[in-house]
Design a protein around this ligand. Structure first.
Ligand code: ADP
Ligand code: MG
Length: 335
């Protein structure tokens, strides 16, 4: 069942793992948002990243950037009388740089401590979306600061923003969340992985660009789901394992109900059925499972969904949920 266990680490090709985790792992809602906090959280993250490397995998990392890009949009707004604003695609690029730096720096320190010798590359990634994606017809993803009605009106009229009111909190900009089609520099990322480097790419779901008339790429204000981009990256890198790290140890059937059961193994056909019967909400587990289904269907390989505390055990198949190409669902023993 587990062919990876028999892959020799001295062989020509080491197995490849891609891990996706949320921007919350590097900046939590209860944090002040200081740099020190972010470096500390990045340091903590390197502990579980090293677990994957210790298991013999080459590794690509896709981090989210929700809280971080939100803070940049607040900085833009606060400085508006002094510095011209920048668009969301440029802000995403900034988070790829700043978060890539923090992660790479802390991973370097961790690898040094553990006497592991690996190159680390944080790479900017443009991700192509379809300009005619239906998501652009009804932008729904809130980003950045809350505004007063007065300023929101101005921005809607003068800057052409789409905004919605969140009762009691104020007005917020909303952007589209189109499906990613392609990562522009996948070939380069593959070469880095084949060369043994740890790659940090696709951060925040990538810098959204579309292909304009004549084949010119241009940035667009949108937010791409990092789980979908990670699935594309995992496919492009011929990954053996795609890990989606979140804040639950496993996927549950009938989540939050009295008849809830945690799943250890979830065949992709059953995952599809559960997705269409709304067992995975769009804002949370839905995109993760949909991305997992994409990867397993494209490659026949496995996806592990779990949380940071369970990752080490899960890599030994003793925890987490594995979404697999075929077989029967297996449940965790009930507590
Ligand atoms: P992330 O920040 O990692 O994207 P989300 O909060 O968006 O995390 O998604 C993970 C959440 O999905 C879990 O905390 C859980 O509340 C929710 N969830 C919804 N359906 C399920 C399910 N069937 N099994 C497990 N968790 C689920
Ligand atoms: Mg989420």
């Amino acid at each position: 069942m587990n062919e990876r266990a028999t892959i020799s680490l001295d062989g020509d090709r080491r197995p490849v793992a891609v891990i996706a985790f949320g921007g919350n792992a590097l900046l939590r809602p209860q944090d002040h948002g200081t740099q020190e906090e972010q470096f500390t959280l990045a340091w903590k993250a390197t502990r579980w990243l090293v677990e994957i490397l210790r298991r013999g995998y080459e590794l690509a990392i896709v981090h989210g950037n929700g809280p971080q890009v939100g803070n940049i949009m607040i900085q833009v707004e606060e400085a508006i009388t002094k510095i011209p604003p920048q668009s969301l695609d440029v802000a995403v690029a900034q988070t790829q740089g700043s978060m890539g730096y923090m992660l790479a720096n802390q991973l370097r320190n961790r690898l040094n401590e553990e006497q592991l010798d690996k190159d680390i590359a944080a790479v900017l990634s443009q991700v192509v979306v379809d300009r005619h994606d239906p998501a652009f017809d009804s932008p729904a993803k809130p980003v950045g600061p809350y505004y007063t009605a007065y300023r929101a009106n101005l921005l809607m009229q003068e800057a052409g923003w789409d905004m919605v009111e969140e009762p009691g909190r104020g007005w917020r900009k909303v952007v589209a969340s189109p499906k990613p089609k392609q990562i522009l520099n996948s070939r380069l990322l593959k070469r880095l992985i084949d060369d043994g480097a740890v790659v940090i790419a696709g951060g925040g779901g990538g810098i959204p660009v579309y292909e304009d008339v004549g084949g010119y790429f241009r940035g667009v204000e949108a937010v791409i789901d990092k789980d979908y981009v990670a699935a594309i990256l995992a496919t492009d890198l011929d990954a053996d394992l795609f890990i989606v790290l979140t804040n639950v140890p496993m996927i549950a059937e009938h989540y939050g109900r009295p008849n809830q059961r945690w799943l250890r193994t979830l065949p992709v056909t059953r995952a599809r059925e559960m997705l269409s019967s709304n067992q995975f909400p769009p804002g949370s587990m839905g995109p993760k499972v949909a991305a997992a289904i994409d990867f397993v269907s494209a490659t026949g390989k496995e996806v592990l969904i779990t949380d940071a505390d369970s990752l080490k055990q899960a890599l030994e198949r003793k925890a987490g949920t594995f979404i697999i190409a075929d077989g029967e669902p297996e449940y965790a023993p009930s507590q």
